[in-house]
Design a protein around this ligand. Sequence first.
Ligand SMILES: C[S@@+](CC[C@H](N)C(=O)[O-])C[C@H]1O[C@@H](n2cnc3c(N)ncnc32)[C@H](O)[C@@H]1O
Length: 225
Amino acid sequence: MQRTLRRVIGSVQLEFQRRRAEKRFPFLREDGERMRPIETAMRPCHASYVSDVSAPGMAVSLPTALLLRRLCEDLRPRRVLDLGSGFSSFVLRSYAASQRDVTAWSVDDDDAWLQRTRDFLLGHGLATEHLVDWEEFQSADPGPFDLVFHDLGGMELRMQAFDRALELGARGVVLLDDMHKPHYSKYVAERLQTQPCCRLDLEFCTRDELGRFCVLLTDFGDPAD
Ligand SMILES: C[S@@+](CC[C@H](N)C(=O)[O-])C[C@H]1O[C@@H](n2cnc3c(N)ncnc32)[C@H](O)[C@@H]1O
């Protein structure tokens, strides 16, 4: 009985999230037909990435990778950044390759993973400029970004870098992964108390088989719904 009640409450919450997200970003209401060719091309690349390069639990999930690309297609960011390189770098750089004048940066705290990302990008004919070590990135002045995907390092570093991720993405959107982790989710909620912005919970479209899902932050300085 309790389990049934929890399930009902859970689905009402997901429906509420979906409506709120679609109100702010109406393109999320579309059935994704426009994205079908991109999804068809991305699916085998993701499958090979999680079998040959990384692990499914470490790489961005396919639903989140598709959302990332969808945000690119609909918001048309000119400057994109992934903190925590890997398949997300492939997603953002594939979008950059399809446009004129899009700059992509990818950052990692681990040089070995940065190199693996470089090899994967090269293997797919994608550009590898602005692949930067986190230490180096902190002293660089990369300028603001229109879209930031925050997926950096272990969870301690993820939290340490949180304010910087928001600062860098404050003129656009910041997508946070791994919001299923209670400690991180609590940390984010606390930090957002002093950071007016619109928070959209995207569990309804990004929850994967490992329970991971995303939150999207936008309208910084203007939390209006
Ligand atoms: C959640 S992962 C980032 C994943 C990346 N955004 C992607 O889409 O593949 C966070 C960090 O873990 C490291 N990492 C990535 N793949 C890994 C793996 N398979 N095993 C161990 N560490 C990994 C990298 O240093 C990365 O910054």
